[in-house]
Write a protein that binds this ligand. Structure first.
Ligand SMILES: [Zn+2]
Length: 206
């Protein structure tokens, strides 16, 4: 077996700093009973993003399924952090991995992800190796594309089947109407569309 060495520092990469108001909405460690209540928090984060102008209209939390204890929180930080991967879901599970000290979040107990919107192709791909065993989301991919103008990527039609096959249960559309309101408001206010539909199919000039 390979013995891993402690890394000597060379470069430090992204240092994501979430806006202060996030802790007003949901402090880490709080126990939230019920999936609707957990989803309501993820959606509230997405609305607050729009209100505060702190990034894309998306929010997510990661909870222990049994106790409901929140171990990760995320809001979209693509524009603020200059990192295309800084989606709410990615940040929420990365925080949970830091908090627990485990890359496999499901090692000791079942963990769920509650997201204001359906994961894009990047978050869907990332989800497979997090150890998360339940995904609940509100707005659909189509909602995100139609109401806010984002391109969510070429998600395969059986994306949820692939998750289920690997032990991840999926529920869609919980409190969807409330999540759609944040998307519409973001578009109405002229929020930045960092991966816009209009880019799709237009090869970039070299
Ligand atoms: Zn994403």
């Amino acid at each position: 077996m390979i013995k891993e060495k402690v890394n000597r520092p060379a470069y430090q990469l992204k240092n994501i700093i979430l806006p202060e108001w996030v802790t007003e909405e949901i402090p880490l460690g709080m126990e939230i009973e019920g999936e609707e209540e957990r989803m309501a928090i993820a959606i509230k984060l997405s609305h607050r993003q729009v209100l505060e102008g702190t990034g894309g209209p998306f929010g997510a939390i990661v909870c222990e399924l049994g106790s409901g204890r929140v171990i990760g929180v995320g809001v979209n930080q693509v524009t603020n952090s200059c990192w295309s991967g800084a989606h709410a879901e990615f940040i929420a599970w990365t925080m949970a991995q830091e908090v627990t000290g485990r890359y496999d979040l499901g090692r000791d107990y079942a963990v769920g992800l509650y997201s204001s919107a359906q994961p894009c192709v990047s978050c869907w791909g990332g989800l497979f190796w997090t150890g998360i065993s339940r995904l609940v989301f509100a707005a659909t991919k189509r909602d995100v594309e139609q109401y806010a103008g984002f391109d969510e990527g070429p998600l395969p039609s059986d994306w949820d089947v692939e998750l289920t096959k690997r032990g991840v249960s999926v529920q869609s559309g919980l409190l969807r109407d409330k999540a759609v309101m944040a998307l519409r408001e973001y578009a109405r206010l002229g929020g930045e569309c960092y991966n816009s539909n209009s880019n799709t199919g237009s090869p970039r000039a070299e």
